[in-house]
Design a protein around this ligand. Structure first.
Ligand SMILES: Nc1nc2c(c(=O)[nH]1)N[C@H]1C(S)=C(S)[C@@H](COP(=O)(O)O)O[C@H]1N2
Ligand SMILES: [Mo]
Length: 319
């Protein structure tokens, strides 16, 4: 078994999205992330979830990539979900007792259909689709994940936003009883994200409710989370309890934490470096610690579907 000392791990491999954390917190997060990376790469004993229920009637999608998907174990044991801790294996370890049912979602703001919906009723009108997408984290690692989800565009059409709705905003559950990470102010809770209505009604974004044909594990954002494959992973807000249609741009968690590092748009862009590391290349999780990093693609390779959304926008300034 090959174990590298934390000092031999390059900063890009261990840096969580956390430079504003105090140095002690930062080092702690780094040590945990480094440890979990070694465990993952060496295949140490990690027991994948086996409690997820099979989803039925899942349709295939033309938007899926045919790249090889990451293993269920990679996808469910190497996570970012700061409500359960900042280390990569914290969500897997600390989210096992989380209760994703019963669950309700509150829809508010500029839409015809607002109110509080039970999760099962909320997703019932829509087709379940498998969408195998690349996911590129702003920390310069990536995976390929076979999500099962519903089209966000379909959901929005159903909720009938009015012409005043220019943005859609999401919030994660904020329950310190169940989410030990909330006791630390690693972010200004609740976790918040948002999209322009033009982005949100593009065919690519989904609300994911499953992975590998089964219900989504807690650590990946049960029971429902956003996936926007051409943007950095932090836009993919987990365990959503609130959806709000707004006329002004919503405040979003990583942008609030470090606006010079994490923009509202957060489109994957190999030409715009993070202030502390390059975004030109990425490490595909599971490729082995000796594998070369691969090139990061503009819009994470989804430019054909989304580049038109940003015509006339300076992507260097609007990062
Ligand atoms: N509520 C919430 N959502 C979140 C996060 C988080 O910390 N809290 N982390 C984000 C980040 S940085 C990434 S890369 C993805 C990771 O998704 P995964 O763990 O399912 O791969 O979730 C995003 N959604
Ligand atoms: Mo991320």
């Amino acid at each position: 078994m090959l174990i590298r000392k934390p000092a031999d791990i390059r900063p890009s491999e261990i840096t969580s999205e956390t430079n504003y954390l105090n140095r002690r917190d930062f080092l702690r997060a780094g040590a945990i992330a480094g440890g979990s990376m070694i465990a993952g790469a060496a295949g140490a004993a990690v027991i994948p979830d086996t409690r997820q229920a099979l989803l039925s009637g899942v349709k295939k999608s033309v938007f899926s990539t045919d790249e090889e998907a990451n293993s269920y174990e990679d996808i469910t044991t190497y996570n970012n979900f700061y409500e359960f801790g900042t280390g990569k294996s914290d969500p897997y370890r600390n989210a096992q007792d989380f209760k994703p049912r019963p669950w309700s979602i509150e829809v508010s703001g500029h839409a015809e259909k607002t109110g509080i919906f039970d999760f099962e009723d909320f997703i019932k009108p829509f087709d379940l689709e498998e969408r195998i997408y690349r996911m590129r984290c702003v920390e310069a690692w990536s995976m390929v994940i076979p999500w099962v989800g519903i089209s966000l565009a379909d959901v929005i059409k159903h909720l009938q936003p009015t012409s005043k709705a220019k943005f859609i905003a999401f919030e994660t559950l904020n329950d310190a009883e169940q989410m030990p990470g909330l006791r630390r102010r690693s972010l200004d809770w609740p976790y918040r994200e948002g999209l322009t209505m033009a982005e949100a009604t593009n065919p690519l974004p989904i609300l994911a409710v499953g992975i590998y044909g089964k219900t989504i594990p807690n650590q990946n954002g049960a029971p429902i989370r956003l996936v926007v494959p051409w943007k950095y992973g932090f836009k993919g807000i987990k365990s959503i309890v609130k959806i709000n249609f707004t006329s002004s741009r919503p405040r979003t968690s990583w942008n609030m934490a470090a606006p010079n590092e994490y923009g509202f748009y957060a489109n994957v862009n190999p030409n715009v470096s993070h202030p502390r590391w390059s975004q030109a290349r990425e490490r595909r999780i599971g490729s082995g610690i000796f594998a070369d990093k691969q090139e990061t693609l503009m819009f994470n390779g989804y430019g054909e579907q989304v580049a038109d959304l940003y015509k006339g926008l300076d992507l260097r300034r609007n990062y």
